[in-house]
Every structure is written in C-alpha cells, then in structure tokens.
Design a protein. Structure first.
Length: 517
C-alpha cells in the first residue's frame, strides 16, 4: 500500500468510526479511487456493510450492462437497486464515479449503486490539473506526478506514466532553478537523489551530478595554490566507471567543444556520447594533478610524461612535450654533465628520431670538456681524442688533440703510437700524414737520419731517432741557455759527442744540435 493509500485508509476508518448511517447521496465521504478502495482491508468492508456507510468510488470502467458495472482491475460487482437501470455512457472506457454502499451477500460483497456519473478520463484530468499549476511550486508538481504515477501503475498505462514523469521532472526543474540550488553542489546532489527516488530517467540524474562536479572543478582551478584534486578524481571514477577506460580513438573536436561549453555540450549529448565526455572530464582533472608535479625548468619531464602515458594515453602528444622539456633542460646543463649523462641524453634524442640533436649533444659535451682540460693533461687529451673518434668518427679532431698532447709530452710513446695509428709521421720536426711525408723531397737532415748520422740543426728528438739514447748527458746552464753534451760510447770508447743548446726561457721547444765531434 502506498503512503497516499494508507492516508486515505486512515481517513476512511476515522469516518467509519464517527459516521452514522447517512441515507442521502450528498453526504458521502470524499471520492475514493478504485486502487485506494481495494487497498482497504476486508474487515473494514464488513463494518462498512453493517453500518451502510455511503461511499463514493471512481475508476476506469471495463464493461457495463443496464444494471451493473465492472471496473478495471476490480472483481467487486457494482449493481443497481432492483428496478433501477444505468444510463448510457457516452465514451467507451470512460471514468465513472459511483455512490452507494457495500452489501454482504453470503461470503461475498457487492456494491449497491445509488448514483453513477461519467467523469473525465485520466488524461484529461491530468491536463486540466497541469494547466491549473503553471507557476505553482515544485511540491504541487510532485503531487500531480504522484497521482499520475499511482494511476499509471495500477492501470499499466504507459502514456500516463510518461505524464507522471513529465510532472516530476517539472518539479525538479523548478527546484533546480531556485537560488539555493544554483551553483550549489549539495543542492544539486540532493536533487539527484530525489530524481532516483522519483524513478525519473538516469540521464537527468547524470546531468545534476555532472553539473555538481563541474562546479567543484571550477572552484578547484580558481585556487592560487596547487589544489588537491584527488577527491574529485575518486568521485568521478566512482560515479562514471567508464571514465577510467581509454577512449577507442581520440576525439579532439568533441574535447574542444566540451572545454568551451561543458554544461551545454553535456545536456545536448546522448548516453553514448556522455560516456566519452565522462572520460574527457576525468582526464582533464587527472592531467592537472599530474602537471602540478612538473618542475618549472622541465628537469623531471620524462617522469611526468610516463605518468601521462600511463593514466591518460590519449594525450601522447603532451607527454612528448614534457620529454622535450627535459631534453632541453639537460642540453642547457651539458657543461656540467658526466660522460654517462651525455651518452644517455644522446640516446634519448635518437630514440625520439632527433639524430642531429643527438650528435650536437656529444659535440657540445666534448667541446666543453676540451675547454676544461689542461694543456699538460695528456691522458685527458688522449681520452677526448678517442671519444671524438668513437662518438663522432671525427678523426681530424682526434688528431688535433693528439698533436696537442704530443707538444706537452713529445717523447710519450703512447701518443706517438696513437698518431702513427692514425696514419701520421713526424718529419722535420712536424707531424704529417704518411702519404704526404713520402711525397716530400728528402732534405739533408732526413738523409743524415736515414744514414744514422747527426748534423747541425737537428732536434734532440731527431738525434734520438738517428742514434738512439746517449750513453750520458751533461747539462750546463748559462744565462738564457742550457748547454747539453750527449756522449755516445761503444765499448767504453767515445764514438761521437753531440753539443745541443736549449733556450731556458722557451721550455716548450726542443734542444737543437749546434756541433758534433
């Protein structure tokens, strides 16, 4: 029994307890619908029959004869007093209102008709009541909806059920427009609960919930400090299960329209499109929560990109932007990078198909390290030369570094071996390619060296290359010079003595032979 029927039943019981038998039709109690009349317990019917309480009952009639009427969904017989006949009803299936009393015959009841009138159909009644409301408050519309809903449910009337929903929806819209509910999250959510309770379409409930979420979202974005959007993310996921699933395909046009006018686009969308909008709304909020963690200089761009790819894969392009930010940051810090960091950065550029930037990264790092390497750091120069060759296949740069190293350590056999491996020879005090050296005319110093002799003008290195290391060296320093006497012996017999002079104020230059004997 509905709450409305229960109230009617209570009213009837009070009437029964208080009323005396009233023989006149005009004194009957308010009209009872068939559904409410049938909801009254049969024990009460017995008292009605014994007291001959005058009753007024209305409903849809299903059939009639001259002396009886049948109502839809009601097995109780309704018949006239003996000798009385019923009028002809003008409309098939019309609503009838009968006045009379219950009578018990053996174990059954019958309703004795005193008076019968044809009344408006439920549809006409609904239209009249609806037209009377117009600017009425929401409660009046809910009352009309309740009446229509109960009638529709009792008579299985789909059209009246639609009318009931329209009236209830009108009540919701009136409440929704009230100042207390406009832009009010709690008010909208309360209306969403009422929509469900009234049995209105879920689409209306979704609209109210969606608008409440948008209000929350707008408020969060207006905060100056980083807002905590985690509660909203969780609420969206709980309300829209589909929002955590990736869209089958990107919808850039729909996303643009929704961002510009979210409420309107949502209201204009069907259930299938709304599921896509739920996802778009969800990842709009999630993206903010992710981007809040991004460093301004971009140094954690790859971390941010990974989170975007995992949670919002539809925005792969945004993930790439964050990767580019970190690459740009690391490139700006190339002077302070370690060798491993430079290699990783170059690989990251290659992975993104940016080969020119990958090479430039290595070039910039090598150039920075070259500027930081001291001229006498031969090990560092050799290492850089090796990297120029391995990383960039830049042999000229590698050779140039090895020549710098040779100037700092002219007798280093490792450096000499490196240069020779690159196809260079030391000729007449300078390094040149072996091919070029072979094409040069042989000078007197070269001929002397080839003959194992020493002549004036040779450098100390050339003397060693011609004769080898001396048996002894004597050095005498004078103003601005260092005199060196190199003695070569063979079986304790002096074979040759070479006199060299080195300028003490020019330490980078080799000693030069001035005479031999």
């Amino acid at each position: 029994m509905t709450s409305y029927a229960f109230r009617i039943a209570v009213t009837m019981l009070i009437a029964v307890c208080c009323a005396m038998f009233v023989p006149r039709v005009e004194a009957a109690d308010p009209v009872l619908s068939i559904e409410d009349f049938l909801a009254i317990e049969k024990t009460k019917w017995k008292r009605f029959a014994e007291s001959k309480v005058l009753l007024r009952v209305e409903g849809r009639h299903s059939s009639n004869s001259e002396k009886s009427v049948r109502f839809q969904n009601c097995n109780l017989p309704f018949r006239t007093r003996s000798g009385k006949t019923l009028p002809r009803f003008t409309t098939d299936g019309a609503n009838l209102e009968v006045t009379g009393h219950l009578k018990r015959e053996s174990t059954k009841f019958v309703f004795i008709i005193e008076e019968v009138n044809e009344t408006d159909s439920d549809h006409i009644t609904f239209v009249k009541r609806r037209n009377e409301l117009r600017d009425a408050p929401a409660a009046a519309w809910y009352g009309l909806a309740d009446w229509a809903h109960r009638r529709a449910e009792f008579y299985d009337d789909d059209d009246l059920a639609d009318d009931a929903q329209d009236a209830a929806r009108r009540g919701i819209m009136i409440e929704r427009a009230q100042p207390k509910n406009r832009k009010n999250v709690d008010g909208l959510l309360a209306l969403a609960v009422k929509v469900k309770r009234l049995g209105l379409p879920n689409s209306l409930r979704q609209e109210l919930i969606h608008e409440s979420f948008r209000i929350k979202w707008d408020a969060l974005r207006k905060k100056k400090k980083r807002p905590d959007v985690t509660p909203l993310v969780e609420q969206l996921a709980a309300s829209y299960p589909e929002c955590v699933r990736r869209l089958p395909a990107p919808l850039p046009d729909l996303e643009k329209q929704y961002r510009e006018a979210p409420i309107k686009v949502y209201l204009d969308s069907g259930s299938r499109r709304r599921k896509s909008l739920h996802r778009i709304f969800y990842y709009e909020v999630v993206l903010l929560s992710i981007e809040q963690q991004a460093e301004n200089d971009g140094k954690n761009g790859y971390e941010i990109a990974d989170k975007i790819e995992k949670q919002v894969p539809e925005h792969h392009g945004l993930a790439d932007e964050y990767r580019d930010r970190e690459l740009a940051y690391k490139s700006s810090q190339i002077d302070t990078c370690s060798q491993r960091e430079a290699v990783v950065l170059a690989h990251q550029y290659r992975d993104r198909g940016r080969k020119r930037e990958a090479r430039k990264t290595l070039e910039d790092w090598l150039e920075a390290k070259r500027g930081q390497t001291e001229v006498d750091d031969t090990a560092g120069l050799r290492r850089l030369a090796e990297l120029y060759e391995d990383w960039l296949e830049d042999k000229p740069a590698a050779v140039a570094l090895l020549m710098e190293a040779h100037q700092a350590a002219p007798i280093s056999q490792d450096i000499i071996a490196d240069l020779r491996r690159h196809g260079y020879s030391f000729v007449d005090g300078q390094w040149m390619t072996t091919t070029k050296a072979k094409q040069r005319p042989v000078g007197p110093l070269k001929r002397a060296m080839q003959a194992g002799l020493v002549s004036e003008g040779m450098t100390a290195l050339q003397v060693r290359q011609s004769l080898g290391s001396p048996s002894s060296i004597t050095r005498v320093a004078t103003a601005g010079h260092v005199n060196e006497i190199w003695v070569y012996r063979e079986r304790e017999v002096v074979r040759i003595t070479v006199h060299l002079v080195r300028r003490s104020n020019r330490p980078g230059l080799d000693a030069t032979v001035v005479r031999t004997r």
